[in-house]
Design a protein around this ligand. Structure first.
Ligand code: HXC
Length: 260
């Protein structure tokens, strides 16, 4: 498929790479771009040759937010009536394959929220995160108040969301929002691609189940969460890959997964 606002490739075995490409507006996010992103993710999710996805922007901007010019004249009826922003939530809720956000440059407002929708977040020291909506007379609208708070705790999230202050890639790593921080943008994207390739090399069934149970931890209490995990764990004994993986260990061989 041809996209206007995305560059899409498969640079490594089993890995889909999506680069947000709207350079004139620092990758500001708007409805047509989100529609392309959802379509592209859906295509990768269905593509058996892809096991994991990397989502990135440019060196300058992952995404500088929702498009302020597009939003500026909306009425309440426009926003509520069209469920403005709802389609953005397809990313964490709909797609089953792991998505790694590789964040360089600005990741502000909706850009920060989009990065946090990824299953793993990597960034470089050039990253500039923030939820500056308060400065525009609004609040985060694509999960920022919820995901940032769960990731870094209420004290820091409240401080950041009420002040609109930005924070660096190094802080994102120190606070546990980012799993890794790299010195340069190229290293960040390469690191994300290497992780995606590693994940794509495992049993697809096991990867899907692992993502599902970790995400459940965000919705369930500890007891229900542990029980949920155990049920899914039990179910994997019905997969061929469980037999293949454990037999390969015993025979000191490399597992050749069949669930692709
Ligand atoms: C529309 C944007 C934009 C945005 C940048 N641009 N961010 N257009 N919406 N969010 C456009 C600029 O208007 C400009 O276009 C071009 O991109 C380059 O930006 P500059 O400002 O000239 O670049 P620079 O001086 O380097 O400053 C970079 C920046 C600044 C610090 C990131 O652009 C900025 O503050 N942007 C807004 C960040 C923000 O507030 N994001 C949150 C949005 S609210 P022209 O045509 O003038 O050259 C939000 C709500 C989410 O995301 C709610 C639910 C999703």
């Amino acid at each position: 498929a041809n996209y206007e606002f995305l560059k899409v490739s498969t640079p490594r075995a089993g890995v889909g790479l999506i680069e947000i490409h709207r350079p004139k507006a620092l990758n500001a996010l708007f409805t047509p771009l989100i529609a392309e992103l959802n379509a592209c993710l859906k295509a990768f999710d269905r593509d058996p040759s892809v096991g994991a996805i990397v989502l990135t922007g440019s060196h300058k901007a992952f995404a500088a937010g929702a498009d302020i010019k597009e939003m500026s004249t909306k009425s309440f009826a426009d926003a509520y009536g069209t469920d403005f922003i709802e389609s953005w939530s397809e990313l964490p809720n709909t797609f089953k394959k792991p998505v790694i956000s590789a964040v360089n440059g600005h990741a502000l407002g909706g850009g920060c929220e989009l990065a946090m929708m990824g299953d793993i977040l990597y960034c470089s020291k050039t990253a500039n995160f923030g939820q500056p909506e308060i400065k525009l007379g609004v609040i985060p609208g694509a999960g920022g108040s919820q995901r940032l708070t769960r990731a870094i705790g209420k004290a820091k999230a409240m401080d950041l969301i009420l002040t609109g202050d930005n924070f660096s890639g190094e802080k994102a790593y120190e606070w546990g929002l980012a799993a890794k921080v790299f010195d340069t943008p190229d290293e960040c994207v390469d690191g994300a691609l290497a992780t995606a390739e590693k994940i794509a090399g495992y049993s697809r069934i096991a990867v899907k189940a692992a993502k599902e149970v970790v995400n459940k931890s965000q919705d369930l209490g500890i007891r229900e969460g542990v029980e949920y995990e155990r049920r899914v764990f039990h179910s994997l004994f019905g997969s061929e890959d469980q037999k293949i993986g454990m037999k390969a260990f015993a025979e000191k061989k490399k597992a050749e997964w069949v669930h692709r």
